[in-house]
Design a protein around this ligand. Sequence first.
Ligand code: NAP
Length: 500
Amino acid sequence: MLTGKHLIAGQWVAGPAIFQSSPVSGSPDTFAVGTNDHVADAAAGAEAAFPSYSDSSRTQRAAFLNRIAAEIDARGDAITAIGSRETGLPEARLINERGRTVGQLELFARHIEAGDYLDRRHDPALPDRQPLPRSDLRLLQRPLGPVAVFGASNFPLAFSVAGGDTAAALAAGCPVVVKGHSAHPGTGELVAQAIDAARRACNLHPGVFSFVQGGNREVGAALVQHPLIKAVGFTGSLSGGRALFDLCAQRPEPIPFFGELGSVNPMFLLPAAMSARAANIGKGWAASLTMGVGQFCTNPGVAVVMEGPDTDIFTAAALASLQTAAEQAMLTEAIASAYRQGVEKFAQAAGVQQLLAANCSRRAVSPAIHITTARQWLANPELSEEVFGPFGLIVKAADFSEMLAIAKALHGQLTCTLQLEPADAEQARQLLPILERKAGRLLANGFPTGVEVCDSMVHGGPYPASTNFGATSVGTMAIRRFLRPVCYQDIPQELLPADC
Ligand code: NAP
């Protein structure tokens, strides 16, 4: 049952103004608009919770994470129903995404129980060392403080209220304040209810978790600037992420902003692979491009190929797969409108040929493909921008040196993919050191959509894929973002944190 309210440090509270959701079907629901006062109360609650929560045992926090997972599952049908109405995503997709969300929470529970993330180090005292004795030195990773989390519209569960950022921060021992996404406020509230129930069942401080609905942009700006907030986890657009990142940097006390932003996830299709399976690669690319109406951060939006007959086969196969694709609803009208404008802008750029035009009627869109040359792509920086949705750009290189030039000119990416056969090894060897500097994840002979949640995953990369080098928002290493190392020198054992 929706309340339409914010959850502030254990209390469900309304506010002076309201906004309505924009579901693809059914009538809209009404929600309280977040205000700066809500943000201040949530941040104060998080700070009040910090001493006890940061000092809780790993077993207590693991039990909390597992309980959140169970409470989400217990509300599974209601979450799927409202999630599908608000986002237009099919129910099966949301059921899968719930499985991933619950799995992430349980993974972090196991991860902190194991304790390796603490990176414990100990250099015992050397009282007799000459010329100077050495103190007893211990290092431990400690939680940062209250963390603000912004979810993305395209993952209303796995990258939202109880998504990877929240799971990682709570696992680390940091209280969390979530700014709800206005594209799925009801889904967000039901998940917040699940976290609230888990928090009560585990008898934790009410300030451990708060959820403030949006409804205006000021609330997000106020949250990242609040002096009690010590780090931000963000998944979303380049423009929104950059605006909030800049606010964090301008604070009297700048704080880390862990933003996962845009990426075009280029694929490099090498000659022997194309000669062996151009049509299959074309079909696979089309499927990856249109999955979830192209609304994946790992959507492979650019295919870099070498001119020749195999490229014609690849292009024809991709086109054949996409021509029959039906229009599908995007997450919001604003996202559909940005997609339409992006496809149009590319179609009008010099040297770009439109192979498949998108049909768009309000929120529903179909895929589009354009083709250009490496020379044009290199000359026009706008062609390297992301068009969020089922849009693909084929870039034809005249020779391998142009392919290398494209690799060198890339901005930071979440992923880069090679399609290769053994005979492509020499070219792959030249590309890989370049691509390694550009992306968080390198793939061979696959498609980047679909991110495994595990120890080895990196979902990040150089800017703008992410705003922090060395950070990932998926996988167990994501916990590091909300920890900082503290060295304890000669502190008596009985005063050290229990984990030391
Ligand atoms: P978004 O529009 O940037 O929204 C994300 C959140 O930030 C929302 O809560 C939004 O508030 C808030 N926000 C945005 N601009 C703001 C501003 N100027 N001031 C204050 N708050 C602001 O992103 P989205 O539409 O949810 O996500 C789609 C984009 O995310 C795509 O470009 C996609 O590629 C990218 N993405 C990246 C990854 C990754 O891991 N790199 C993953 C998924 C998606 P409102 O609720 O008011 O809109």
